[in-house]
Write a protein that binds this ligand. Structure first.
Ligand code: BGC
Length: 575
């Protein structure tokens, strides 16, 4: 290597080539509502997924994770589960799930399902029974019921706010029509929090795990894995201004009764409590009773990374989403720092880092990386949001950012549609929006609908081939022909072909099991490292730099001459 002077520092990831599959897997998130619709009713479904699985094989992923398809009133797009062991009719049947999984396994693709343990739907029989039962009864104890404050209990038990906006408590009405107790819901009022101090609740979820493990799933993505246990006494809490909605720990400068943890952070009394860990150790032992290396992946919005690493200690989960990486701006020094911190933090517990840039809760990275104003997670973007992204800059940065991410050792997550370069849909009509965030904030936050629009498969057909009728639960933009999968297959330079090439090279060179050696002194805007036989060079600045020596095997943009343009990543091999 090198026309440019380079200095090398070594960051190793403690894995061996015969490591478990999840250490290096590329996992593709399917959002079933929006992937493929076999019935034409505008809602994606399991047979739709089955019919399109071949395209994921061609893409080169190792596993799929499906967002919830369980019985649900769909108040939060299925994250409000009314029966953990059945399929909602809008998505099909258990037999459809079995067929989908069998096809995936035939193709060598593992299947991860979503487990939503922090809360159920208010339509779940556990909750309807709790409501019907007496105050103080065993059935009530399955959820977080409390007396209100004030003379007649007219005030909520504490000041906690829902992640989706508004109060985190709702008061129930007794059979005689008088107001009764309050129940906690960290999300929508249709999503009552379960009481994880209850042994009964723990037993129910062991059964849920076994139900899906017996059916052959390869693992679970665990929703809100930082939220199950709440601090004793449920103390009041006021988030720091930079706290982030899904649980950033924030700083310590405000707070009625701030819970300062050992990191000096103002940790909310409902996130990242020590008590969650015994639950995951218990689940670990359930999974261990099955063959085939089944896994748990934590959706835990926990900082710093050294603390998040507690979720992936050897006797807990295998993976945790690295949202610190997702939230890192497209800026070289920050990227390098987060990569260093991720690898070293997870290495302390012998776990791989994961990498992720998009999912169904955040602004798609082809738009997010070009935002020019602050945009807290969950706020979304709509027509009136400040700092509107330039779509050309956004896509260019997204391609460069993905090319950087897929060169890193560890496991990478891809969200459906990012391989097509899909942007956030910003101009959804207000009347079409469905995210509870939109309603609970009276339209102040647009929420997450913009990243959930059904994806395009074929140009020039109704619904772009999402189905055959053109019906769509969220309206698709009129200019998506160019993003359709079929418009990109075998088209040189398309985003789809960039992903396919990167995934093939990643597999060929075992990059997921590698380790990185930083290459320094290529300039302040450059992130560069060697991972085995591949050198990854990302220029996150605006100006071109001299292209380091080597044979270009992947480039996120076309190259001309000996320059590496701004917002571009290349992978180099020995000449
Ligand atoms: C899911 C969200 C969901 C929330 C409540 C999450 O973090 O990813 O989509 O709204 O949990 O279940």
């Amino acid at each position: 290597m090198g026309r440019a002077t380079s200095k090398v520092t070594i960051m190793t990831l403690a894995v061996s080539p015969d490591s478990e599959w999840w250490r290096s897997a590329v996992i593709y998130q399917i959002y079933p509502r929006s992937f493929a619709d076999s019935t034409g009713d505008g809602m994606g479904d399991l047979p739709g997924i089955t019919a399109r699985l071949d395209s994921l094989k061609t893409l080169g992923v190792d596993a799929i994770w499906l967002s919830p398809f369980f019985t649900s009133p769909q108040k939060d797009a299925g994250y409000d589960v009314a029966d953990y062991c059945d399929v909602d009719p809008i998505f099909g049947t258990l037999a459809d799930f079995d067929a989908m999984q069998a096809k995936a396994h035939d193709l060598g693709i593992r299947v991860i399902v979503d487990l939503v343990p922090n809360h159920s739907s208010d339509q779940h029989v556990w909750f309807t029974e709790a409501l019907a039962a007496d105050e103080g009864s065993e059935a009530r104890d399955h959820y977080m019921f409390r007396e209100g404050k004030g003379e007649t209990g007219e005030l909520p038990p504490n000041n906690w706010e829902s992640v989706f906006g508004g109060p985190a408590w709702t008061r129930v009405t007794r059979p005689d029509g008088t107001p009764g107790q309050w129940y906690l819901h960290l999300f929508d009022s249709s999503q009552p929090d379960l009481n994880w101090k209850s042994e009964w609740v723990r037993a129910q979820f062991r059964d849920v795990l076994r139900f899906w493990l017996d059916r052959g799933v390869d693992g679970f993505r665990v929703d809100v894995a930082h939220g199950l246990i709440k601090a004793e006494g449920l103390p009041d809490y006021t988030p720091a201004p930079d706290g982030g909605s899904m649980g950033g720990s924030g700083s310590t400068d405000v707070g009625l009764e701030p819970a300062i943890d050992s990191d000096g952070r103002n940790t909310p009394p409902y996130w990242a409590q020590e008590g969650v860990h015994e639950i995951y150790r218990d689940w670990h032992s359930v999974l261990e009773q099955y063959d085939g290396e089944r896994v748990l992946c934590a959706e835990a919005w926990v900082e710093p990374l050294t603390k998040l690493a507690h979720w992936v200690r050897p006797d807990e989960m295998q993976q945790a989403f690295n949202f610190t990486y997702l939230e890192t701006p497209w800026q070289a020094a920050s990227l390098r720092r987060v990569i260093d911190n991720s690898i070293s933090s997870f290495a302390t517990v012998g776990a791989p880092s994961t990498w992720v840039l998009s999912n169904h809760d955040v602004v798609r990275h082809a738009s997010r990386l070009a935002l020019t104003a602050e945009n807290p997670q969950g706020a979304g973007i709509g027509p009136k949001s400040p700092g509107q992204p330039d779509p050309v800059v956004g896509l260019r940065r997204a391609r460069a950012a993905t090319s950087l991410m897929l060169g890193l050792p560890g496991s990478a997550y891809i969200y459906q549609g990012e391989e097509l370069g899909l942007p956030e849909v910003i101009d959804l009509p207000d009347s079409a929006r469905q995210d509870p965030t939109w309603f609970r904030t009276n339209g102040e936050r647009y929420g997450r609908d913009g990243c959930r629009v059904p994806i395009p498969w074929e140009p020039g057909t109704p619904g772009y081939g999402f189905n055959s009728t053109g019906a769509s639960w969220l309206p698709q933009p009129t200019d998506w022909d160019r993003y359709a999968r079929a418009s990109q297959v075998d088209v040189e330079g398309s985003t789809l072909e960039l992903y396919r090439a990167a995934l093939a090279l990643r597999a060929e060179n075992s990059l997921g099991l590698g380790s990185i050696e930083w290459i320094e002194n290529l300039g302040p805007d450059v992130v560069a490292f060697r991972n085995g036989a591949i050198t990854v060079v990302a220029n996150a600045g605006a100006s071109a730099i001299e292209l380091p020596a080597g044979r270009v095997v992947l480039a996120s943009e076309p190259l001309a001459g000996s320059e590496l343009p701004g917002d571009t990543t290349v992978w180099l091999a020995a000449e």
